[in-house]
Design a protein around this ligand. Structure first.
Ligand code: ZN
Length: 232
């Protein structure tokens, strides 16, 4: 019966590949096999001191950093991030994150990770979008890592940004000032994996990592993003 309902639902509302728009077959989800095969993977978890780790070097210490695929504005696969952020498809992020996490798990990078921490979305954006895409990515990775998603960072309110202008000048170029939540203190001496949908300059992730390091002693931080922006 379930199969029949699924069949009828597919006829009425065909599931389409978010990249090429072709109809997905029964075994495919979100992105067709052909477009998945063409996904421009970074392979960063196989490269020592990879370009993403170089982004953080000298700014904030990280255990490791990796992103799943390259993002280029206007490219075919850019549609993935667009659907994830603006077309109400957060489960696409969770699904891709599980695939990414399987690769990280295979090379042992998820061993000893105590919690997966999503980069928070400012409340004003959350109201418009209805969800934080990074939380879905965090869920996907945590399910493979066998640990919990913990919201240990929050985005401060806009007026707080103004109040702290003098103190946090370096952070003002990021989307806002972040601070650690009360629960973060429990993670002293632990290893957390911070996740976001895309890394460009790294400023947002660096600001989050700094907020956590100010609040938590001996915190080890790694970073994973679905996409890595190629700067032109
Ligand atoms: Zn496709």
């Amino acid at each position: 019966m379930e199969n029949l309902l699924g069949y009828v639902a597919d006829l009425l509302f065909p599931r389409l590949c978010v990249v090429c728009g072709k109809e997905l077959n029964a075994s495919e989800r979100h992105v067709c096999a052909m477009c998945m095969a063409e996904l421009p993977l970074t392979g960063y978890h196989k490269i020592e001191f990879n370009p993403m780790e170089q982004l953080f070097a000298g700014k904030v210490p990280v255990e490791w950093a990796s992103g799943y695929f390259f993002y280029e504005r206007g490219s075919r696969h850019a549609a993935i991030l667009h659907s994830l952020k603006y077309k109400n498809q957060p489960h696409l992020g969770e699904w891709l994150a599980r695939r990414f996490a399987a690769e990280l798990h295979a090379c042992g990078w998820l061993d000893g990770v105590d919690a997966v921490v999503p980069v928070p979305l400012h409340r004003s954006k959350l109201v418009v979008r209805g969800y934080n895409q990074s939380e879905y990515i965090a869920r996907g990775i945590a399910s493979v890592a066998g640990c919990r998603v913990e919201k240990l960072v929050k985005a401060a309110k806009a007026h707080e940004t103004q109040t702290h202008k003098g103190q946090h000048e370096r952070l003002l170029n990021t989307e806002g000032v972040f601070c650690a939540t009360a629960e973060a203190a429990r993670f002293s001496g632990k290893h957390i994996l911070m996740v976001d949908d895309v890394v460009t300059t790294g400023a947002t992730l660096i600001a989050c990592a700094e907020a956590l390091r100010r609040a938590v002693d001996d915190l080890r931080i790694s970073v994973a993003t679905l996409a890595v922006a190629r700067l032109q």
